[in-house]
Design a protein around this ligand. Structure first.
Ligand SMILES: Nc1nc2c(ncn2[C@@H]2O[C@H](COP(=O)(O)OP(=O)(O)O)[C@@H](O)[C@H]2O)c(=O)[nH]1
Ligand SMILES: [Mg+2]
Length: 345
């Protein structure tokens, strides 16, 4: 999670955990007892007392979660909420190194964009972006991360452009919320060009946790809490991991099928006459056994793959209809019957 101080990272994390700690469609997020307690308490403080989470200290706060389905761990999820200024910090500072190391290892990177700042920019798109969006630095950090992955010949992580405080992305003349959201990539193209490079997939995901009454009155803050879309980023990240696994595994299984056909052909040849059958009887027996066990494995693996595909489909439905950047082109994550945030507003 990469984002400036005050961009809404901690609040989002609390809401995400509160939402995903309950089973959604059969899966849920679990944390160790202490983390679970901390996150729950902070969420209760916010929703019941209106107490805002404290700004992070210099030490990045790290949380380890497991994504569990039917008591089985599907994925390990680590969320590191860095001190926002780690993004700005010099590469030799205390925060910057762990941040880069962590990003390079991530399957999915969340770039947090403060919806309130985006709104200010959308009101006057010809002007420079608000300084606190730190887009140049964001581009720089992402570029270095993706290059390191490419150099290591590893797949690129997926990216979520997490637009927080979506409730504040309103009141822009001539731009209702869905249109404002679609305009964001246009604005980013010049400032964060790394998002538009081949091989990069970035989902635009708006979230809102509440309206956080400006007056700062705890009671009205507590009453305003109403999380929207907070489970979607993780569903997308997971879907992306599933998709890659499906592509790899399908290719492997196809290769296996072809190998079976080759062995069968050779077997047919060895069995083509009584004499050949006699002289090849041992290798025929071995080949037959190989095919039998190979086919059983193939059936099991195919069955397992089917399960992954069905999970991936469910995840896709949960992400819903959101703009996505793929290889520099803007499209929709799900265009058929999808329902996106703000479509109905
Ligand atoms: N309107 C609105 N304000 C939010 C939302 N989420 C966070 N905020 C405000 O942004 C402030 C900073 O959030 P926080 O999560 O602490 O930011 P962090 O420094 O990135 O961890 C909070 O104290 C809230 O006042 C949201 O969904 N809507
Ligand atoms: Mg924080």
């Amino acid at each position: 999670m990469l984002g400036w101080t005050h961009s809404g990272k901690t609040v989002f994390l609390l809401a995400m955990y509160a939402a995903l700690n309950q089973s959604i469609d059969g899966y849920y997020l679990s944390a160790d007892q202490d983390t679970d307690l901390d996150l729950r308490e902070a969420w209760e403080d916010l929703t019941e007392l209106g107490t805002l989470p404290l700004p992070n200290s210099e030490v990045p706060q790290s949380y380890d979660f497991s994504l569990v389905e039917n008591l089985e761990t599907l994925a390990e999820v680590n969320v590191t909420d860095f001190r926002g200024s780690a993004v700005r910090a010099r590469t030799d500072s205390k925060d910057a190194k762990p941040l880069l190391d962590r990003l390079i290892e991530s399957d999915s990177i969340y770039v947090v964009l403060d919806g309130q700042l985006l709104r200010d920019w959308l009101v006057d798109p010809s002007g420079p972006p608000p300084r606190d969006l730190h887009l140049a630095k964001t581009n720089d950090v992402l570029l270095r991360t993706l290059r390191a992955r490419q150099d290591a010949k590893r797949e690129l992580p997926s990216i979520v452009l997490l637009i927080t405080k979506m409730d504040l992305l309103t009141g822009i003349p001539g731009l209702p919320r869905p249109a404002a959201l679609r305009k964001v990539p246009e604005l980013l193209e010049e400032r964060v060009p790394v998002l538009f490079t081949p091989g990069v997939t970035a989902l635009l995901c708006p979230v809102s946790v509440g309206t956080f009454d400006e007056s700062g009155d705890p009671r009205s803050i507590a009453d305003s809490i109403k999380p929207v879309g907070v489970a979607r980023p993780l569903a997308f990240s997971l879907r992306h991991i599933h998709d890659r696994y499906i592509a790899r595994e399908s290719a492997r299984l196809r290769g296996q099928e072809l190998a079976h056909v080759a062995v069968e052909t050779r077997l047919d040849d060895q069995r083509s006459s009584i004499l050949r059958r006699f002289y090849n009887r041992k290798s025929i027996r071995i080949a037959e056994e190989l095919i039998r066990s190979g086919q059983q494995r193939l059936r099991n693996d195919t069955e397992e793959l089917r399960g992954v595909v069905s999970m991936a489909d469910r995840l896709r439905a949960q992400v819903g209809n959101l703009p996505v950047l793929r290889d520099g082109k803007l499209g929709w994550y799900l265009s058929a019957n999808g329902h996106g945030y703000g479509d109905d507003e």
